[in-house]
Write a protein that binds this ligand. Structure first.
Ligand code: CA
Length: 443
């Protein structure tokens, strides 16, 4: 008996008869050990109310082949089994508006059914279906055909007599950004053509949802498949978004369609999320020979911060590491997109100044330039020992913005940073032939 085997694993045995004259021909036997345990309870059960429906979702569970959804009314006793599904989401329909429903989900496989999740309650009809536009901002392809003013906002002004006629012939769109802390379960869309002549331009136009403003992986809710949508009235379609989204849009996908929509309506149930903020300290000046450094920032939600660079030629960001590529300045952005509980954090950007090479301290006595602090804090004397006449001293703050710029007369000048905030400054000295950068620490 072979006892130390793993569950759900295939094993192959060679079996050979052994006699006086040696081993005989081998027979191969393969066995597959069965699943040994019931799956754990699914994590992350979410229930979104949506009028007479409830939208459930949960995380995929190892070893599960299906999930069982249970529902109870009111006080949480008397759970009944409402569905068994292989998906990780479920839409419960036909609910009584104003009732509280409680859900739990278990995972099962051939061995059996695992423990249920914690119970999550949902007050059906808690929110009433709203036209989504009150607090939203209108987004879309800007511009109008021939500059006639029929811009994308005309499709969201509540006036069926005005329309969007884009200067983009194919792929024009108009949508809504519901805001950093708002998502919505879209339940219904509506639309009206510019007029009956242009109704055909709505064909193949579609209504989409997205997690990001660029609609990089959109979810298409509904596509208009006729050329004769009635004009002068809004045509409504019920849709099931299944989860809340921040961005919604109408995309006029038809060839040469140019938008040509009088009104695009989105209706649904807004979901307010908790806010979060990013803490990201200023970045000290870096020199190119440092090559790389690590970024540190945190979000008040505890979710991981995502970094990016505005100019990969100056600095490239990989995870939390910055690789310095060239001298110059760029912005390092810190973002946190949010999740089902938290909204999107406001982006925090910090300027990264990459200087060409290590900067010598102001006290170092060069052969050409001498920079020394004076008795009064915030004052320096710059002395030039060379022959050139075109002398200039420029002081930059850490963002690379000049705060002082002087011609040096008679080979010497006194600089003052007394009126500037405390901190580190860069002093650039030129004599028309060479350039020296010093560091000034303004106490
Ligand atoms: Ca309109």
């Amino acid at each position: 008996m072979d006892e130390k085997l793993e569950a759900e694993t295939g094993y192959v045995y060679d079996v050979r008869p052994v006699g006086m004259s040696g081993e005989g021909e081998a027979a191969t036997v393969s066995v597959e050990t069965p699943v040994m345990a019931v799956p754990a309870s699914p994590s992350g059960l979410k229930v979104w109310p949506g009028g007479e429906k409830a939208f459930l979702s949960w995380a995929e569970t190892d070893e599960a082949s299906a999930y069982v959804v249970y529902r109870a009314e009111g006080n949480g006793t008397g759970f009944e089994r409402v569905s068994e599904t292989e998906d990780t989401e479920y839409v419960d329909v036909g609910l009584q508006v104003g009732n509280t429903y409680i859900y739990k989900v278990s995972a099962k496989n051939t061995v059996g059914e695992g423990e249920c999740t914690r119970e999550v309650s949902c007050l059906s009809g808690e929110a009433s279906e709203l036209r989504l536009w009150e607090t939203a901002s209108i987004i879309g392809t800007p511009g109008s055909w021939n500059g006639e003013g029929n811009t994308c906002d005309k499709a969201m002004d509540g006036d069926i007599g005005t329309f969007f006629d884009s200067d983009v012939s194919t792929g024009a769109w108009v949508g809504l950004d519901l805001g950093r802390n708002t998502r919505a379960m879209v339940s219904r869309i509506g639309y009206a053509p510019r007029n009956s002549t242009y109704a055909k331009r709505l064909k193949d136009g579609c209504f989409q949802l997205s997690e990001d403003a660029d609609f990089t992986s959109p979810v298409t809710l509904y596509t208009i498949d006729v050329t004769d949508t009635e004009s002068g009235t809004i045509t409504y379609r019920d849709v099931d978004a299944r989860k809340p989204y921040r961005y919604v849009r109408y995309l006029s996908a038809g060839e040469g369609s140019s938008g040509n929509i009088a009104e695009a309506e989105f209706w649904g149930f807004p979901v307010e999320l908790a806010g979060q903020e990013i803490e990201f300290a200023e970045i000290p000046v870096k020199t190119l020979d440092e090559r790389s450094f690590d970024l540190q920032a945190s979000a008040s939600s505890g979710l991981p911060v995502v970094f990016s660079s505005s100019d990969a030629d100056v600095a490239q960001v990989v995870g939390e590491k910055v690789y310095l590529k060239a001298s110059g300045t760029c912005e390092i952005h810190a973002d946190q997109p949010g999740n089902d509980e938290y909204g999107t954090a406001e982006r925090v950007s910090r300027t990264l100044v990459v200087s060409p090479s290590a900067i010598s301290d102001a006290v170092s006595a060069g052969t050409l330039w001498e920079v020394r602090p004076l008795r009064n804090a915030g004052y320096w004397r710059v002395v030039y020992h060379g022959q050139a006449k075109e002398l200039r001293a420029t002081v930059f703050d850490l963002r690379g913005i000049p705060v002082a710029d002087v011609h040096i007369e008679k080979g010497s000048v006194d600089l003052s940073l007394a009126a500037q905030p405390r901190g580190v400054y860069l002093l650039k000295l030129t004599d028309g032939r060479s350039l020296v950068v010093n560091k000034l620490v303004n106490y």
